[in-house]
Design a protein around this ligand. Sequence first.
Ligand SMILES: Cc1cc2nc3c(=O)[nH]c(=O)nc-3n(C[C@H](O)[C@H](O)[C@H](O)COP(=O)(O)OP(=O)(O)OC[C@H]3O[C@@H](n4cnc5c(N)ncnc54)[C@H](O)[C@@H]3O)c2cc1C
Ligand code: FES
Length: 264
Amino acid sequence: MTKIISEDIFIVKKRNLKNDYYSLVLKPFSKIENCQPGQFVHLRIPSASIFFRRAFSLADTNAEKGTIEIIFKVFGRGTRILSSFRKSDYLNVLGPLGVPFKLPDKKEKVLIAAGGIGLPPLLYLVAEMVKKGYNPETIEFFYGGKTAADIIERNRIKKMKVNFHPVTEDGSFGEKGLITTPMEEMILENKAEKMKIYSCGPEGMLKAVNELGLKYGIEGQISLEAPMPCGIGLCLGCVVPLVKGGHARVCCDGPVFDIGEVVL
Ligand SMILES: Cc1cc2nc3c(=O)[nH]c(=O)nc-3n(C[C@H](O)[C@H](O)[C@H](O)COP(=O)(O)OP(=O)(O)OC[C@H]3O[C@@H](n4cnc5c(N)ncnc54)[C@H](O)[C@@H]3O)c2cc1C
Ligand code: FES
């Protein structure tokens, strides 16, 4: 079992991705070799008024440089404070935590379903797949947001040479509507092919993606969010009900679960 340690690491790069989205690259992260897509770090926000750590999915890692990247959207007090941090400031990080995504078979068609700030773990997953020699043409990258401002890192996605399908609720960028509509069309057009779905995003979207997988018998995985006081399986603050009965802790039995595993 990997020992979980907390350590202070420095911000080496900060990017303002506009519209309240930020990317932070941090180093040196001693557990870099253990990181896998789907895992997260638990960050202490250095403020007397914030007690609990905040969880952030790994958006990328670079083992040679010893860096990890997180991407976040300013939502409440914690992320507001985080957005004020600058290059050379340090943060206390615990991780990597959680169960990673299981990679698909190389012959399978992959449907990525990212919603809003659910993008980071899927960026890391796809980058890792491309690095491992998966054909990017077999990866259909559906990415939905309320409006064009929510579709960040477009060039980064395009550079991976995957098939990019942006969708916005107001139609200001890409197709208008919800991502499950073009995803269902893709599934119906490619019925003969074996597929896998990977998703992270708001609860309503995850529920719809989960139902899509069950409806067409397509396996896959979804990454969940939950309040996470401890992040390491001790407090039971993050439990979700399971379809087979009982409960699971999102922090250490997840955050990645199989489609059909969790009651959503
Ligand atoms: C596995 C996982 C991965 C995530 N990945 C990302 C990511 O990549 N990018 C991103 O932007 N967000 C991510 N989140 C959400 C992130 O952790 C924050 O909860 C979110 O950004 C809001 O934080 P805030 O501090 O700005 O909001 P706040 O308004 O300060 O907090 C929101 C509310 O939740 C409560 N709360 C916050 N944290 C905890 C905690 N640890 N335990 C109990 N209660 C808490 C607060 O008290 C408050 O009531 C992830 C969450 C999880 C569980
Ligand atoms: S956050 Fe404490 S058990 Fe999951």
